[in-house]
Structures are given as structure tokens and as C-alpha cells.
Design a binder for this molecule. Structure first.
Ligand code: URA
Length: 246
């Protein structure tokens, strides 16, 4: 593939913009400016290129995770806050990268993004039952009655059937670890309210078998590697049919 097409495929603008980046000397191969848009490149997994001093891999699809801070909306057209997409390199939005599910603007933690529709569907379809682990700081002390209600099922306003957590445990008096698999609107906050408490702060720690890396700063993102994708593809024992929800 030639260099102009590589930049175009990676979301660095229109063909004309990609050509201009190259002829202006802003694109490097192995650290050396390449001024020829037609330069042919042998693509391999190890191939990287530089744009304005930053090195990028060439990826057929984007799979990344973000440590979402509070105050960002999971929308391309946010209403009251900045979009989470503003925390990612602009070429990702050009490529059509989307959030994999949504977090409320005030929820923090693990958020995935991709431009692979099948991947997004596999993680968000209610039929796939992918478990998500949340940490909720609660206004009132947690007690056994609330935890039992969350495990056996609480009726949410507008829902026909009770929704049960896959797991609910108190990490401390005011810190609830809740595992849910549905992804309904404001699900954790509504479940905790229905159990007689209130969420003061919410953080997502895990999706499937993938945990938010402890070393990733709030607001920072990273590529998912092969092991991360494998963790997301693994079917959790908790989500398998016939699992006892109690
Ligand atoms: N449940 C909620 O209530 N909010 C979120 O952001 C995610 C799950």
C-alpha cells in the first residue's frame, strides 16, 4: 500500500490532506521524513509511521480502552459536557470509532471504543450477557437486606421483570461491588435506589474478563492488545446459561 493510502485508511484526513501532510515533511518512516505520497510500504504487524513526531501503528480496526474521567458524555453530539471522543486522537473519530456501550457523564472508569461493528455488537447485545463490574460509593451504609435484594432482583421503574445482579458484595460500609450483565439505562443507580440506597459515585472496573489497568491515568487511553481482546472474547462462567444468580 502506498503512504498516502495508509494515512487515509488510518483517519488522518482526506486524500488531499494526507498527501499534504507527506509533502510538507510531517510524516516519517523509521524516523526519517518521507516526502513521496506514492512510496510503497510492505505492511506488517510491526509497521509504524510518524506524524508530527508521534508514532502510530497501522491498524485495520481500532480497539482501545479509556480510563474515563467524570464530566464527559458518551455521545458524538454531547448536550452539556465534552464528548469522550475529545479524549482520543482526532483520527479515531474520522474513522468512525464509537463507544462500546455508554457510561453516564459522572461515571468513571473502563470504557472501550472501536470501529468494528461486530465487536461492538458482541459486547453490547443483551443476548451476549457480558458481565460488567462496577464500584458504587453509596450514601447510606450497605446492609444484608440491600445486598440480598440486589442479588435476588429488584423491580426497576418501567421494567416488566425484576433485574438481578450477577454478584453484589460490600467492599466496605459504603463501597458496593456490583456485577450486572444487561446494560440498561442508569442500571446500577436505579438498582441501588430500588434496593433502598443511593449511588454517590460510580466507577466501572471490568468488562468480561478485562480489567481497567491500574497504571492507566484518568483521561488516558491505550490500544487493546491480543491478550486484552482474548479476555473480552472469553465467556465468563458467571454469564453461562444456568448460572445460579442467587
Ligand atoms: N449504570 C449506571 O447507572 N450508570 C452508568 O454509567 C453505568 C451503569
Amino acid at each position: 500500500m502506498n503512504l498516502e493510502n495508509i494515512l487515509f485508511s488510518q483517519g488522518f484526513g482526506s486524500r488531499r490532506e494526507c498527501r499534504a501532510l507527506i509533502t510538507q515533511g510531517r510524516v516519517t518512516l523509521a524516523g526519517i521524513a518521507c516526502l513521496n505520497p506514492a512510496h510503497e510500504v510492505e505492511l506488517s504487524d510491526a509497521f509504524t509511521f510518524g506524524v508530527d513526531g508521534r508514532v502510530w501503528p497501522c491498524r485495520e480496526r481500532v480497539y482501545v480502552l479509556l480510563n474515563k474521567p467524570a464530566g464527559y458524555e458518551c455521545s458524538r453530539e454531547p448536550q452539556h459536557h465534552l464528548s469522550v471522543l475529545s479524549l482520543l486522537p482526532p483520527q479515531f473519530a474520522t474513522r468512525g470509532v464509537q463507544c462500546v456501550g455508554r457510561l453516564d457523564q459522572d461515571t468513571t472508569g473502563l470504557l472501550l471504543f472501536s470501529d468494528d461493528g461486530q465487536f461492538i455488537h458482541a459486547l453490547t447485545s443483551p443476548k451476549r450477557k457480558v458481565p460488567k463490574v462496577y464500584l458504587a460509593r453509596t450514601r447510606h451504609p450497605l446492609d444484608a437486606t440491600q445486598l440480598d435484594a440486589l442479588r435476588t432482583g429488584v423491580l426497576l421503574h418501567g421494567e416488566a421483570k425484576p433485574v438481578a445482579a450477577l454478584a453484589a458484595q460490600a467492599r466496605s460500609e459504603h463501597l458496593l461491588e456490583l456485577t450486572v450483565q444487561e446494560g440498561k439505562y442508569h442500571q446500577v443507580k436505579r438498582m441501588v435506589a430500588a434496593a433502598g440506597n443511593r449511588v454517590e459515585a460510580l466507577h466501572r472496573e471490568q468488562i468480561g474478563q478485562l480489567t481497567l489497568p491500574a497504571t492507566l491515568a484518568e483521561g488516558a487511553w491505550q490500544w487493546l492488545d491480543a491478550a486484552d481482546l482474548e479476555r473480552l472474547a472469553q465467556r465468563s462462567p458467571a454469564a453461562a446459561p444456568g448460572h445460579d444468580l442467587a
